[in-house]
Design a protein around this ligand. Structure first.
Ligand code: CDP
Ligand code: MG
Length: 692
């Protein structure tokens, strides 16, 4: 890549020059200045990319470059490059929105620190990897898959040309399985380290080893939005810390006087009230707080009330949809973005001046007593609450409405407990084993997970046949499971399905359960939606119901997909995403040299395969109508969205537990009858041992 090298050598150009180059004499790239002839084909080709961009939206281009230079990260660019040059490991702290994620990798690339390799920048969230890569591609004036790309589970837009690779931490872990020294990368950036996801924590441990083994050849930058950096700094030998001074405006905090019983209503009120006060200011007209203007008032208003544009942003959305939330609001309109904790630190949307914080987060946690993962709505930590309110003060003074009392805030945990201390470690342990780290209990974790959780994961993996009695990864079951990008239990379903002749169906099912919200149930049309779902409903449970949808969809001519989904109350984005996942899984099976097979209309093999993987999560009906998890004795209920609700089913297997006011099982399937008769325990045991 000679052109690339040339760019790296041109380290000290500054961006003002670069932007000028875009403006006048072709693109801003350094390689252009390194290419003497302005008629070289390369120059023309690259020039075209830019001129399209410039020709179409010259103002936007300039604004982007101008915005970049205003970011706090820009003021410490040189110092930062110096620090990275001189230290193998650096912890960089900077407030959310200061330009860490989008700018630092570009600085390092231009500064020549990735010479002969690439920069990996890991994100805990897929959405962040995607939106940031798109943004950086826009800033560089290239397409994704050129100099910048992203790699997330089930989707890879990078090419051999890619120098800045945004990726989920899970993807870098997968790469480490194939190349433990991560030798493609000259710089590894572990971003959003404050989130302390499982992926981040495992990566920290692995990269620590990589640094030791490549002392002169690789650098690490750990980036975090909170000040608790000392832990990271003392974890890496010789590590330095640096701070990007942010530019935060004051944020006025509001608490509620009393605890709110319904935070949805409270959030709605806060949003509307604020809108009212904005209108009130505009019209100099007093409206009592909380009281919506009457229609008459609105009609008589000399000025139209602001239009409210509501967007949502959450991980399961399609990328195009997510990008909509980034579009600026048109004049006279107010944008309301309903976001999960994705908007807390991992993405920054311009123009936010008000934050409404209900004080909750939906967090995945592992309950060792249940032996299962649960998605639970839990109070945020103080650190999270501060991050949330801070988002209102990025571009000017802002307001944050905390929908809880000040006393409640004081009683929150100061910091979020690292995920590794509260999650199902089966995938982690499996990955560590696949990375050749046999002594999982002795792994140098930043925070060591509880030993009982590690032991339980080892037991689960043993029962799935992934580990032998010595705790060693088995072949082919263990190695295959570690390469399949799904939960080990579903991985086992897939492996069992290949030997039972139904891998196609298993992949269809797994891809459908991996996407959220296949069935759309609009509140106003609940009955119609339920009637439509009946067409697909299988008495064999949710997996086979989803299979029926996947099959019906796959047979449609592309032109009919949209109307079919609309008529059947199916979310087209979910099924399309499932199709993508299916393709990815099919590729994985191909790589593992496993056959694609179909059981046609006979569901029995598939049902057996499901049980062969999901048996650790099985429950038996009790005389009072509830279910009891066989392994733990925990009382659970079938999720109201399950097709098995209200059905007479003695034994079920399920995907996971969701804790609301009670424990609900998602994606349920009845255990096949012959198996029940044959003796559940015996079957569970043999299913678990199969393939070892
Ligand atoms: O990583 P950090 O939170 O420090 O900041 P960043 O993600 O690099 O964002 C820096 C700036 O880029 C913000 O002002 C965002 O408004 C902008 N940005 C954007 O416009 N679109 C994105 N997809 C990501 C960032
Ligand atoms: Mg960031």
């Amino acid at each position: 890549m000679p052109g690339m090298q040339a760019q790296d050598e041109g380290a000290n150009r500054d961006e003002a020059q670069a932007a000028q180059a875009v403006n006048g004499d072709g693109p801003k790239r350094k390689e252009n200045s390194a290419t003497p002839s302005s008629n070289s084909p390369k120059r023309q080709r690259r020039g075209q990319v830019h001129s399209t961009l410039n020709a179409v939206r010259p103002n936007i281009w300039h604004r982007i470059q101008e915005d970049r230079r205003q970011l706090p990260a820009w003021s410490c660019k040189d110092k930062l490059l110096e620090l990275v040059r001189e230290n193998q490991a650096l912890v960089l702290v900077g407030e959310t929105g200061s330009g860490k994620t989008t700018q630092i990798p570009q600085f390092l690339l231009k500064g020549g620190l990735a010479k002969g390799g690439a920069i990996a920048c890991t994100q805990p969230r897929r959405v962040a990897a995607v939106t940031v890569a798109q943004r950086v591609a826009q800033e560089l004036g290239t397409d994704l898959g050129g100099k910048v790309g992203y790699s997330i589970r089930f989707e890879d837009t990078t090419s051999p040309e890619t120098r800045i690779k945004y990726m989920t931490d899970g993807m870098l872990l997968r790469e480490a399985m194939i190349d433990p020294l991560l030798s493609n990368y000259k710089v590894i950036i572990i971003d959003e380290a404050h989130e302390r996801t499982v992926g981040t924590d495992v990566l920290l441990g692995l990269v620590k080893e990589v640094l030791k083994r490549r002392p002169h050849d690789v650098r690490l930058v750990v980036m975090s939005a909170t000040l608790e950096a000392s832990k990271f700094i003392s974890y890496f030998p010789g590590c330095k810390g640096a701070l990007i001074h942010g530019r935060a405006f004051p944020v006025q905090l509001y608490y509620t006087a009393r605890p709110e019983d319904n935070y949805l209503d409270a959030a709605l009120n806060a949003t509307l009230q604020d809108r009212i006060s904005a209108m009130q200011l505009a019209r100099s007209k007093a409206i009592a707080a909380g009281q919506l203007p009457t229609e008459e008032e609105q009609d008589n208003s000399p000025q139209q009330p602001e239009e409210l544009l509501v967007y949502t942003i959450y991980a399961a959305m399609s990328h195009e949809q997510q990008l909509r939330a980034f579009e600026p609001a048109p004049p006279g309109a107010r944008k309301v973005i309903l976001a999960t904790n994705i908007a807390e630190t991992s993405i920054t949307i311009s123009g936010v001046r008000y934050v409404v914080d209900p004080g909750f987060v939906k967090a995945r946690s592992h309950n060792p007593r249940l032996g299962a993962d649960a998605l639970q709505v839990v109070p945020v930590s103080q650190a999270q609450a501060q991050q949330r309110s801070g988002r209102a003060g990025r571009e000017g003074p802002g307001k944050a409405y905390r929908l809880y009392t000040e006393q409640a805030y004081d009683s929150l945990e100061p910091a979020t407990v690292p995920e590794i201390l509260r999650s199902n470690l089966a995938s982690v342990v499996l990955q560590l084993k696949a990375l050749g780290i046999n002594d999982v209990l002795g792994f140098d974790f930043l925070d060591k997970p509880p030993i009982p959780s590690i032991v339980r994961s080892l037991e689960l993996l043993y029962s799935l046949g992934a580990l032998d009695s010595q705790g060693k990864l088995t072949s082919p079951v263990g190695t295959s499971l570690s390469r399949l990008p799904v939960d080990p239990m579903y991985g086992k379903v897939l492996l069992a399905a290949t030997s039972m002749g139904c891998s196609i169906e298993a992949m269809q099912v797994i891809s459908m359960v991996s996407t959220d919200g296949v069935f759309v149930v609009p509140r106003a049309k609940r009955e119609e939606a339920n009637a439509a779902r009946l067409k697909f409903t299988s008495k064999e449970g949710d997996h086979l119901t989803l299979l029926a949808v996947a099959r019906a969809f796959a047979e449609l001519p592309p032109k009919q997909q949209t109307s079919w989904c609309h008529d059947n109350y199916i979310n087209i984005r979910s099924v399309r995403k499932a199709q993508d996942i299916y393709q990815q899984l099919a590729r994985q099976l191909h790589q593992l040299q496993l056959p694609l097979t179909s059981c046609g209309e006979d569901p029995t093999p598939l049902r057996r395969a499901l049980v062969a993987g999901l048996f650790p999560q099985s429950a038996r009906k009790q005389p009072d109508g509830t279910y009891k998890v066989i392994a733990t004795g925990q009382q659970v209920f079938i999720h109201p969205s399950s097709v098995l609700i209200g059905k007479k089913v003695d034994c079920i297997v399920f995907s996971e537990l969701v804790l609301t006011t009670k424990q609900l099982t998602t994606h349920c399937a009845p255990l096949p009858c012959p198996l029940q008769k044959a003796g559940l325990c015996h079957f569970l045991f043999s299913a678990g041992m199969q393939g070892t």
